[in-house]
Each structure stands twice: as C-alpha cells, then as structure tokens.
Design a protein around this ligand. Sequence first.
Ligand SMILES: O=C(O)CCC(=O)C(=O)O
Ligand SMILES: [Fe+2]
Length: 351
Amino acid sequence: MPSATLPVAHLPIIDFSLFTSGSPEQRLKTAREVVDAFKTAGFVYLVNHTVPDELVDECFQWSKKVFQLPQSELTREEVIRPQPGNGAKSYIARGYTPVGREKVSQDVYADDTLKSLRQVEDVKELYDIGADKGAPAVREPNRFPPRHLLPGFEDFMINFFWRCHEFGLDIFRAIAIGLGLDEDYFVNFHQDADHLFRLIHYPAVSRKALASGQKARIPAHSDFGSITILFQDQVGGLQVEDRKNPGSYLPASPIKGSAIVNIGDFLMRWSNDVLKSTLHRVIEPPADGEQEAEEGNEMTQERFSVPFFLQADRHKMIQCVPGLEGETGPKFPPITAMEYLAMRTDATFRK
Ligand SMILES: O=C(O)CCC(=O)C(=O)O
Ligand SMILES: [Fe+2]
C-alpha cells in the first residue's frame, strides 16, 4: 500500500510499490523520479519495496550471530576471505574479513587530511556472500561457516541474496524506463548475479577515537559497482555528500522499512556521468541518550549494515548507454565489469 506520509530526510524518498504494482502512469512517473534522484543526489530511499521487513530484520539477527562466532572459527582457512593477490582465485570477495583488513580508498583523496585518514584503521568486520547458482564459469565458491556451527545461516543468506537480486533487477528496470530505454536494457547485463552481498559489523568503538580521526568506520568513498542496495540498523552514522555543497555531508538517517539505493562508479561511467555516484561515509553515530549516558558516553553503540553491491556480468563489454552520449560523445572507452572492478578492488585491501 502506498504510504500516506513519508518521513523527512535529506535524500529523496520514493514509494517503490508505485513502480512494481502501480498503474502504467504511476510506473512511468516513479521510474522518472528514480532517475531524477540518481541524476541529482545519486542516492534514494526506496520504501514499500519488495524485500519484506521481516526478512530484513531476520538478516540482521543472523548477522549478529555470525559475528559472535569465535574468531578461531571465522578465521579458519575455509571461512576467511583470501587476500587479493595472495592465492585468491577470484576477483570477488567471499568469506569473513576481520577488523582492520579492508581499507577503503578513493582517488579523490587529494588533500592531506584525507590522505592521512587512509592510514587509520577501519573498525569493521565483514562477511561476504555470493550466488550459489548461475553461470558456473563465473561463480565464486561461498565460504560459509560449517553448517553445524550456525544451522540455517547459509540457507537464509542464499534466499536473501536472491530476494535482493530480484529487487535490484526491478531497480534496473526503473532506471531503464526512466531513461527512455527498453526496460531490460540493464537487466540483460546482470544475468549472472555476479554480485557482492556483504554483512558489516562495526564494533563499539571509542567515540573520541572516531571523532578525532584515530579510528574510522568508513571514510568517504563511492561504491565501485552498478548500484548498491543498503539496509542499515537504527544506530545511524551514515552520511552522504551534499552535491549542492561539495565537501559537506548530510545524514542518511535510518528509516525503518526503507532501503537506501545508490549509483556506483561503474554505472556512472556507463551512463557517461549522467547518473551520479556520490561520496558517502560512516562516522560516529548520534549519541543515544540513555544507553550511552550509562556508559559514560565513551563508547559508540555497535552498528550493523547490509550492503548488496550489484555488479554487471564480468565478461560483457559495456559502452556508453544509448542516448546519453551528449553533445561531445562518450567520455570513456568500452570496458568490462571485470577489468573495472579488479582495478578498484586491488586498491582496497591492505597488502
Ligand atoms: O555501513 C554503511 O551504512 C555503509 C557501508 C558502505 O558504504 C560500503 O560498504 O560501501
Ligand atoms: Fe559504500
């Protein structure tokens, strides 16, 4: 059911049910609004989308449980994510990544403050999951904990993966229709479900260390892939650059029942920079009055988030989206997702 009133937020909020089950007019109007949001903010909240709230809640419960497993189990050879360039057979992450391993990097880190921020540890641990079926030539084996340690985890995550994949394809249909293309234009490039589904846990950390820059959650970055669907808990701390005031950030506060969707660098390039991939970061959350007062306000709460990074089929060559060439033509030569993502992922991991 379409929502009567939507909460106030700094980013556009769109009722996605008007696209998935509205009239043809509502569908077209919503698709255009989605495209408009991606051309301006690069980010949007979608409410009344197709991944039910209960499933999202359950995903967070499983995420909590997996990160509570003993480190000795999570860092076993079969479970831990192999480091790129270190015997890793794939270019897409699978498995557990302990705190301190991954460091986001961003070419736009031009000034000294941001450069020095890159020396700071990101206090987060990750669990990366991929498709369990699809084109065998490109399927990365998942690295789940042994089933007896967390019965039900693997089955839940695989089901959730496909729900997010379907949701993602609907978002691609909206983008295509909003751009005046055939509705399957982007869907046809995302047939292998070559995505990265990630559970993130940000452990509680000293508020002072975060505020002073000794430690980080996630410094400013843009995502690499086509689009990202993000679910977050109620803790907060996510911020998105205000495109009207570069360098200043606006909170992307949690809105229950919503998914935040943003454009990645690959789709920005593909769209000839028409759809915008916008910088975002995770900083210390707003103080939670009661709980943090009790703790002397020294530690933040822990935080959980679930990004689902949709990525194009790795061997398909992409060229400027038809109709977006502009007056000066395509700005970038054709490239495959594999070439592009390998280049970006390489820069992310501490060697
Ligand atoms: O945790 C979040 O809310 C954002 C995560 C994020 O931006 C990323 O993993 O790329
Ligand atoms: Fe991100």
